[in-house]
Design a protein around this ligand. Structure first.
Ligand SMILES: C[S@@+](CC[C@H](N)C(=O)[O-])C[C@H]1O[C@@H](n2cnc3c(N)ncnc32)[C@H](O)[C@@H]1O
Length: 239
């Protein structure tokens, strides 16, 4: 599976730096671009994720970590969705600053998702929304999620996928290749970020492969569901 390979970048550490800098540049307009480009469907996808993990969120003693939290939208939805304590982390300072404003009093920390400063087997739920695809090593990302989860804990990965066939797939590919980079570039002033987005989705493992990757690192009860015609997939796995 390996990991993200932004166009023209060969070295893994350069790729991670490029991703962090790119998100730093788009942070101020990220939410606006997100909601506009997804026609607000991103809110629906996060709500579905919250619904699937509600049993854990309802437990006041449960500890939840949203990695690659960005500006914090999933962390906010998780916190509002139950009684569990929700922590959030990201390796991009400007994104984390935006998240801090949405989660006053919350525990947020700056960290690479591949090296979390979290004890083994200490969390009940780890979530990641649209951040996993940007990791430089997907297997290492899965291993790190598994490491910090207690027995019985759960991982939830919400990530873009690709509709494979039919009319919707044709419309989706036209939109993601032709329209999205232009509008995203105009909103954020960073056209490269919105060329990277569809490119990284194209290169990302498909949902069955990611599910296999989860099983290989030791997740059990692995399942996934497609949302919005297969443009997004939500994976769940237990430890
Ligand atoms: C597309 S944004 C998603 C943000 C948020 N989860 C959401 O649903 O809107 C991806 C986020 O992942 C973060 N990210 C990417 N690679 C990371 C890594 N290796 N460690 C920590 N954060 C990372 C980026 O900084 C960015 O904030």
């Amino acid at each position: 599976m390996k990991g993200t390979t932004p166009h023209g970048i060969r070295d893994e550490q350069d790729a991670a730096r490029w991703v962090r800098d790119m998100f730093g540049r788009i942070a101020p307009r990220y939410d606006l671009a997100n909601h506009l480009l997804s026609y607000n469907l991103d809110r629906l996808w996060r709500r579905r994720t919250v619904k699937r993990v509600r049993a854990i969120l309802d437990r006041p003693e449960a500890r939840v970590l949203d990695i690659c939290c960005g500006t914090g939208d999933l962390a906010v939805a998780l916190r509002n969705g139950g009684k569990a304590r929700v922590l959030a982390s990201d390796f991009c300072h400007p994104m984390l600053q935006a998240a801090t404003r949405k989660l006053p009093g919350g525990v947020l920390f700056e960290s690479d998702a591949l090296r979390l400063p979290v004890r083994d087997s200490s969390l009940d739920l780890v979530t990641v929304a649209f951040g996993f695809r940007n990791l430089i090593d997907y297997d290492a990302g899965l291993r790190e999620m598994r490491r910090v989860l207690r027995p019985g804990g759960m991982a939830a990965i919400l990530e873009f996928s690709q509709p494979r066939s039919g009319f919707f797939a044709a419309v989706y590919h036209f939109y993601s290749r032709r329209i999205l980079p232009r509008i995203g570039g105009l909103i954020t002033g960073a056209p490269d970020a919105y060329r990277y987005l569809p490119e990284s989705i194209r290169k990302f493992p498909d949902a069955p492969e990611l599910a296999d990757g989860m099983r290989l690192v030791g997740f059990t009860h692995v399942s996934f569901e497609y949302l919005t015609g297969g443009s997004v997939a939500l994976h769940l796995g237990r430890v």
